[in-house]
Ligand binder design. Structure first.
Ligand SMILES: Nc1ncnc2c1ncn2[C@@H]1O[C@H](COP(=O)(O)OP(=O)(O)O)[C@@H](O)[C@H]1O
Ligand SMILES: [Mg+2]
Length: 463
């Protein structure tokens, strides 16, 4: 008697499901599911869309992250596309190939240059400060300029030329910036007793960054354990920001990474197709009115990367992001105002708007904006790649017998759902079952295949 177990990791990286359509390997095509009424397979085709950027909305638990994971997984398996996930709530940690838990296990010094000159990186960081702390040149010009100066000073003191990238010099941290601010403040106090305006600006600036610079976990005051310029080349990489001290810190770090990635992709130049997907999960604040995504989305698909914004916080996402995204997927919503906000941003018809409230889990409204055809809206059932933890335990020695029992079970389920799935899936499933039935030598992968098929069928019944 033998007992063996399969855990999530094996399945995460295992080949796609048994009913994966054959067209998945075609250039530009990513299979996502099937349409409600006609049961037509839906392939997301970046060559036809105005841009490859995606917005995913819906209440918690309706299937947003599942759609995103499924998309990433098929991008990787069939098209070798890498991904960077900026994960605010820690939902991708057991999914990604590399999971980096910022602020607890892994550190990323946001002042690292990743190949940029300090002046360029400072500009990106200022954008992070603006979004996270509301520090903008209009409302608080003095603080803004001071911060810029302190950042420059921090790089200079380490020996950097502000206009050149240098590989071998250690980068400063936010703690250095804080120390510089403190030093300036003390100087002013000693020498110029009357510079109250300047002093109070430095004081408020210090108050903003003190907590982060001095925070116990050292999220902002330690050397990196990761290289910024390597995060785009490691398969599917998750930057889990959920362990950072607060939402401001997440926004700040998230924004400075996003700015870096966008800048980097632009510098790499134009590219046909997609080489990287950047996911913002529950990181809606990064897609607001000042988002660096807005100009990007308007530039279309020239740089070869796709941004996916997935969130339950609809109103935080700028209308410009919603209306210009190449594809929009809306899962069930309860809030009428949220649905209306989307409908108004996209000219969605009343019919589809009403459907938003009635969707089942795993179903969404898809709206695609093409470059040469009219936009298309339909109801989609997301067909996920199964990556979740599955346990298979064999307690009996007769493998063939167990397999046959499972095949029978699958056949019964298939009968039950036959008219709910596309014909191609049905045929693939029938093929697979007859192949398994006629096998003499059974191996472990056969059990993975049959278990998956059964799980998929059950999902279709349950969802
Ligand atoms: N298309 C689908 N088919 C089957 N199950 C699904 C589907 N989408 C979501 N689910 C199930 O619903 C649960 C919640 O989905 P998730 O993607 O985490 O939701 P969200 O990100 O919107 O909060 C998942 O654990 C998954 O098992
Ligand atoms: Mg989610």
């Amino acid at each position: 008697m033998q007992a063996r177990k399969v855990f999530s990791k094996d399945l995460t990286r295992a080949p796609p499901t048994a009913v994966e359509p054959k067209q998945s390997i075609l250039k530009g095509k990513v299979y996502l599911g099937w349409t409600k009424y006609q049961h037509k397979l839906f392939f997301w085709d970046w060559e036809k869309l105005v841009n490859p950027h995606m917005v995913v909305f819906g209440m918690s638990g309706q299937g947003k992250s599942t759609l995103v994971k499924t998309f990433l997984e098929r991008c990787k398996i069939f098209h070798r596309i890498n991904a960077v996930i900026i994960d605010f709530s820690g939902e991708y940690s057991d999914y990604a190939e590399h999971n980096l838990q910022l602020g607890s296990k892994d550190f990323l010094n946001i002042m690292d240059l990743g190949g940029l000159a300090p002046r360029e990186r400072i500009e990106q960081l200022m954008h992070g400060f603006e979004t996270a702390f509301g520090l903008n040149p209009k409302d608080s010009p003095l603080q803004y300029i001071l911060l810029q100066e302190f950042l420059e000073e921090a790089y200079r003191r380490k020996g950097f030329d502000l206009d050149k990238y240098s590989e071998n010099i250690e980068t400063p941290t936010l703690l250095d910036v804080y120390e510089i601010a403190k030093e300036k403040y003390e100087q002013l106090e000693k020498k110029y007793k009357r510079s109250e305006g300047m002093k109070s600006s430095i004081e408020s600036l210090m108050a903003k960054i003190r907590f982060y610079a001095l925070h116990g976990s050292g999220a902002f005051s330690r050397k990196s354990t990761i290289r910024l310029d390597e995060i785009t080349s490691k398969g599917i990489i998750n930057l889990d920001l959920s362990k950072l001290p607060d939402e401001k810190a997440r926004i700040f770090v998230g924004m400075s990474i996003l700015e870096y990635l966008i800048d980097r992709m632009r510098k790499e130049g134009e590219y046909k197709g997609i080489k990287l997907v950047i996911v913002l999960d529950e990181a809606h604040k990064l897609a607001g009115e000042n988002s660096p995504l807005i100009p990007l989305i308007k530039e279309g698909r020239k740089y070869g990367f796709a941004v996916v914004v997935s969130t339950q916080d609809v109103p935080d996402v700028s209308r410009k992001v919603i209306s210009n995204a190449g594809s929009l997927f809306i899962f069930k919503l309860q809030d009428y105002e949220q649905a209306e906000y989307i409908a108004k941003s996209t000219n969605m018809s009343q019919h589809f708007m009403n459907e938003i409230f009635k969707l089942n889990r795993g179903w969404c409204i898809a709206k695609l904006n093409f470059s040469e055809e009219q936009s298309n809206t339909f109801i989609l059932r997301v067909d996920p790649i199964i990556y979740r933890r599955v346990k298979v335990i064999f307690e009996e020695p007769n493998l063939k017998e167990i397999l046959m029992r499972k095949i029978e079970e699958a056949e019964k389920l298939l009968e039950e759902i036959a008219d709910k799935i596309p014909e191609e899936h049905r045929n693939n499933a029938v093929d697979l079952l007859s192949r398994l039935k006629s096998k003499d030598k059974i191996d472990f992968s056969d059990f993975i295949a049959i278990n998956r098929l059964i799980e998929e069928f059950r999902d279709i019944i349950n969802v």
